[in-house]
Ligand binder design. Sequence first.
Ligand code: NDP
Ligand code: HSE
Length: 435
Amino acid sequence: MSEPAKPIKVALLGCGTVGTEIVRLLTEQAPDLASRIGAPVELAGIAVRRLGKARPGVPAELLTTDAAELVTRPDVDVVVEVIGGIEPTRTWLIDALRAGKSVVTANKTLLAEHAGDLFAESDTFGGDLYFEAAVAGAIPLLRPLRESLAGDRITRVMGIVNGTTNFILSAMDETGAGYAETLEEAARLGYAEADPTADVDGYDAASKAAILASLSFHTRVTAGDVYREGISAVTPADVSAARALGRTIKLLAICERVDTPDGESVAVRVHPAMIPRTHPLAGVNGAFNAVFVEAEAAGQLMFYGQGAGGAPTASAVLGDLVAVARNLVVGGRGPRESAYADLPVRPIAQASTRYHISLDVADRAGVLAAVAAVFAEHEVSISAVRQEGRATDASLVIVTHSAPDAALRSTVDKIAGLPFVHEVVSVMRVEGEES
Ligand code: NDP
Ligand code: HSE
């Protein structure tokens, strides 16, 4: 008779929203997980900040506040990190990898800054590094990019990767309410965190965009390389202007491979944008996430599902844990960092998109012609114009063809200084349409 398989021992760092669900799923699904892996999985310890906190369903005897000791303990095979932040998490994961452990993490902030450091330790010491839950929660997205599409050439990734901001923008679109009151509602319903800055200012989406771009273009992209704008400046007027033109506003993460005469480069940006209401991303509402991937041979692919929440995120973490544990049982390795292409990252000034510009102007002869002349002077081509008179003033909406960011900014700066332009009400990018 063969020996029973040695258990895979897991150190869990963090037992909050996600960690609690990992403990629950590990416990409830233990027999199935053992069959899928070929060995049982056992929790070796759980690092938290507050030992005294009530944690129903979590074995109290496994709790510790000494994460540094836990990650290098000789009996631990895999470290699963769901604490978040950069330090001390980075140090603990580096120590774990140096001790030969495999690591599974949901920490996009850390990966968007230090994936290279972690992969280097993983390479040197042989442990795996998996992080499916770091982008778009439950949605299987990173594994398709890292593995299923490894034989293809990805050209563009565009998606909604932050549930909080998508909830807010969807609600503003549905109710016509303002940003501040919708944010309060999101907090009341538990979607927005006590400090929503990382979500509403686009930092969370920028970290995710950096991870997506790195995997898609085999290039190391960090959060600092990502152009970022949040949603706090989106007004009900923007939302209704979008609606009037058959569009809706979404916070998009866009990662593009750009071919220029100088060679290939990568452009990565996060900002609110108007998209046609007929676009598949326009129907992604509430806290859901969705990501469009375009690859040369595969064509267009769309990934959709729950981008946050304890159980959905724990599902992605456990998928990684099963992969890592299988590798330990049969002796394989997961994918390593692939940054061989090392493409330059383009500054936003060189990015080209369509724009929707809304102006409040004097309603008199020659105004439209003068505004149009400024666009022409900066070689920004106009695609559509809509004007609505209001007594002596008029609301003037101009939609451009695709234009470089720098040219558009110079155009708007000059228009803002014209004597008959009372206000530049909004400037927003338009995505998901032919240029
Ligand atoms: P929580 O804030 O709910 O939980 C964090 C956990 O980490 C808590 O158990 C906390 O301990 C513990 N912790 C914090 N600091 C320390 C420390 N210094 N030493 C030991 N333990 C510590 O976070 P979430 O579960 O929401 O998120 C965890 C990770 O998952 C983050 O990286 C997040 O970005 C990522 N993620 C989260 C998603 C979500 O929907 N929540 C979705 C996708 C990814 P204590 O319980 O004692 O306070
Ligand atoms: N705060 C994030 C969101 C959690 O709203 O999408 C998932 O990463």
